[in-house]
Design a protein around this ligand. Structure first.
Ligand code: ISL
Length: 556
C-alpha cells in the first residue's frame, strides 16, 4: 500500500471547550491551546485534530454550526486561529479541522432563509416534508431522543434533524448545497490546514423515499435508510475530485454502523474518497439490544474478534484508525481498564494495543494522563444534550432514576468532557474562573504536572510508544494473527515484516494470567521493545502480572 505521511502519524484530539482556558471565563479557548503546544510537542504527536471552533449557538457544543467561516468568540478570533496554525506548523506538527456538514445549526443563514417560505432559494438546502396522517412524515427517531422531525408553523411543514432540533440535516441531493460546502472546504484548505475529520459523514445521503421503519407506536432508529445511503459514495468521490485531491492532506470520516466491507468502499486506496474512517463496532461492545444506555459487560473475546476482523478486513485495501475513546465516549481506562488500583498499568496496556496495530492511533486529550470517568451526584451537573434528553425521556418512561444515573456514569459523553487536568491547583489549572463543567475531583492525583515529573507515568509511556513507532517502523509490519483466540483473559497477536515479527502480549485483567507462546511461532532471538513491567523470564511460558503488556521483535 502507498506510503503516506498520515500513516506514520499519531493524532491528538482536542475538545477546545475543555482543554485550556486563557481568559478566566471558564471555557477553553484558542490562546489556551497555544499555551500548551509545547506540551503536545513533548508528547510527540504529529497531528492535532481540533473539534469545532466555529460560530455556534452551542446546542451541541459546536457541532451545530451557524457560520462555517468564522470562529466562535468564546474561543477567540480568526487571528488567534491563524496564529495557532502557524505555531503548530512551526513545531513541525499538522492541524486537521472538524467538518460538520451532515447538518448545520438552525441559526445558520441558510436555514434562516430556508424556513421563510417554500419558494425561498435556500428551501432545498434542508429536508422538508409535509406531515402524514396528521403527524410526522415518518417514524424516524433522533439520536438525541424523540422524533427526528420538527414542525415549523411558518410553512406548515416538518424538517428532518437526525440530531437535535437545532441541527437540521442538510440536503445533499441539492447540487448548490454541495458546491457551497466544497467552496467552504477549499477556503479552509487554502489557509493551509492539513485535512479534515468529517462528522457523521456516512449519513449525508438519505433514502429519498424516507420510508417508515415499521408500523407501530414510537420513534425508531431508521439507520438502514440513512447510513451508507444510496448516493454517499457519489458525493464523496465528487468532493474528492472537486476539493480533496487538490491538496496533500489527510481525511478521516466518522461513520456510524459500518462493517469492514463498507469501510473498504470509503477508504479503498483506488476509490478516491477518504483516507480513514472511525467505526463504532468496538464502541458497541458493551451495549445491549436497546443501545448504548442498555449496559452490558464486555467480553474480551468480542474485543479480539472485532479488532481482528478490522485488521484483516482492511489488509491490503485501506488504512485503519485506532481509538478507544473520544469526546463522545467514556474514558477508555474506566471502561476497558482499571481506573483505581491498576490505573497506570492498565492505561499503558491499552495504549500498547492502540500503538501496535495497523492504522493511525488517535489520542484523546487526557488519555495520556490516565484521566478517568466522573460521577456527578446529580443530573444538574451534566451538560451534554444527549445525556439530558435521554434522562428526561427515560425518567418519563418510568426507568428508575438510579438506574439511569448508572448508565450515565458508564456511558455519558460528559465523562470525556470534564476539563483537562493540568496541575493540582484549583480547577486543575484549567481556568482561573468557574469551569463550564465541573473538574473531575481526582485532579490532585491525576494531572499533567504530576505525569510529566514522574518518569514512570502513562504520559512518558505514550512518548516511548510514539518514538517506538518511528524507530522500529511499527507501521511497516503487516498481517495480523491472533494467538489464543478463545482466551478470555489475554489478548496476544503477531504481525510480520519479512523474516521478523512483532509479538504483542496483553493481560486485560487485574489477576495473573498464564500465557503460552505456541511452538509454531519460532524465533532465534527476541528483542523486547517496550512493556509496562520488566520482561518475563521465559517468553514461551509466562505468568503475566496484572494488566501486563509486552512487545517483542522476534527474529526467525
Ligand atoms: O455515540 C453516539 C451515539 O449515541 C453519539 O454520542 C454521537 O452523537 C454520534 O457518535 C455522532 O457523533 C458526532 O456527531 C454528533 C455530535 O454530537 C458528536 O459530538 C459528533 O462526534 C452530531 O454532530
Amino acid at each position: 500500500m502507498a506510503d503516506k505521511w498520515w500513516k506514520d502519524s499519531v493524532v491528538y484530539q482536542i475538545y477546545p471547550r475543555s482543554f485550556m482556558d486563557s481568559d478566566g471565563d471558564g471555557i477553553g479557548d484558542i490562546p489556551g491551546i497555544l499555551s500548551k503546544l509545547d506540551y503536545l510537542k513533548r508528547l510527540g504527536v504529529d497531528v492535532i485534530w481540533l473539534c469545532p471552533v466555529y460560530e455556534s449557538p452551542n446546542d451541541d457544543n459546536g457541532y451545530d454550526i451557524s457560520d462555517y467561516r468564522s470562529i466562535l468568540s468564546e474561543f477567540g478570533t480568526i487571528a488567534d486561529w491563524e496564529e495557532l496554525l502557524a505555531q503548530i506548523h512551526a513545531r513541525g506538527m499538522k492541524l486537521i479541522m472538524d467538518l460538520v456538514v451532515n447538518h448545520s445549526s438552525d441559526e445558520h443563514a441558510w436555514f434562516v432563509e430556508s424556513r421563510k417560505s417554500k419558494d425561498n432559494p435556500y428551501r432545498d438546502y434542508y429536508i422538508w416534508r409535509p406531515g402524514a396522517d396528521g403527524g410526522e412524515p415518518n417514524d424516524w427517531g433522533s439520536f438525541f431522543s424523540g422524533s427526528a422531525w420538527q414542525y415549523d408553523e411558518r410553512t406548515e411543514e416538518y424538517f428532518l434533524h437526525l440530531f437535535s432540533k437545532k441541527q437540521p440535516d442538510l440536503n445533499w441531493e441539492n447540487p448548490k448545497l454541495r458546491q457551497d460546502v466544497y467552496d467552504m472546504m477549499a477556503w479552509w484548505l487554502d489557509k493551509g490546514i492539513d485535512g479534515f475529520r468529517m462528522d457523521v459523514i456516512n449519513l449525508i445521503s438519505k433514502n429519498p423515499a424516507l420510508p417508515r421503519v415499521e408500523q407501530g407506536e414510537g420513534w425508531r432508529f431508521g439507520g438502514e435508510h440513512f447510513m451508507n445511503g444510496p448516493r454517499v459514495h457519489e458525493y464523496l468521490q465528487e468532493m474528492n475530485r472537486e476539493v480533496l485531491s487538490k491538496y496533500d492532506i489527510m481525511t478521516v470520516g466518522e461513520t456510524i454502523g459500518v462493517t469492514p466491507e463498507d469501510a473498504a468502499l470509503y477508504v479503498g486506496e483506488e476509490r478516491n474518497e477518504l483516507n480513514m474512517v472511525f467505526h463504532f463496532e468496538l464502541m458497541d461492545v458493551d451495549s445491549g439490544p436497546h443501545g448504548k444506555w442498555d449496559l452490558k459487560p464486555w467480553d474480551l473475546r468480542d474485543i479480539k474478534r472485532i479488532i481482528a476482523k478490522w485488521q484483516t478486513g482492511l489488509e491490503g485495501k485501506g488504512w485503519n484508525s485506532l481509538y478507544l475513546n473520544n469526546h463522545d465516549q467514556p474514558r477508555m481506562l474506566s471502561r476497558f481498564g482499571d481506573d483505581r488500583t491498576y490505573r497506570k498499568e492498565s492505561g499503558k496496556m491499552l495504549a500498547t494495543l492502540l500503538h501496535t496495530l495497523q492504522g493511525t492511533p488517535y489520542i484523546y486529550q487526557g488519555e495520556e494522563l490516565g484521566m478517568t470517568n466522573v460521577r456527578f451526584a446529580s443530573i444538574e451537573s451534566y451538560k451534554d444534550i444527549e445525556t439530558l434528553n435521554m434522562f428526561a425521556e427515560q425518567l418519563a418512561a418510568g426507568r428508575d432514576e438510579a438506574d439511569i444515573m448508572n448508565a450515565i456514569y458508564a456511558k455519558g459523553r460528559d465523562n470525556g468532557r470534564t476539563p483537562m487536568q493540568w496541575d493540582g491547583s484549583e480547577h486543575a489549572g484549567f481556568t482561573t474562573g468557574t469551569p463550564w463543567i465541573a473538574v473531575n475531583p481526582n485532579y490532585p492525583d491525576i494531572n499533567a504536572e504530576q505525569a510529566v515529573n514522574d518518569p514512570d507515568s502513562i504520559f512518558h509511556y505514550y512518548r516511548q510508544l510514539i518514538a517506538l513507532r518511528r524507530e522500529h517502523d511499527v507501521t511497516g509490519y503487516s498481517g495480523f494473527r491472533l494467538i489464543g483466540e478463545e482466551d478470555e483473559r489475554v489478548f496476544a497477536y503477531v504481525r510480520s515484516r519479512g523474516e521478523e515479527s512483532l509479538l504483542v502480549v496483553l493481560n486485560f485483567f487485574g489477576d495473573q494470567a498464564e500465557f503460552r507462546l505456541p511452538e509454531e511461532i519460532g524465533f532465534s532471538r527476541a528483542e523486547r521493545l517496550i512493556g509496562n513491567y520488566d520482561p518475563p523470564a521465559n517468553l514461551r511460558r509466562a505468568l503475566l502480572r496484572p494488566y501486563e503488556a509486552q512487545v517483542y521483535r522476534l527474529f526467525a
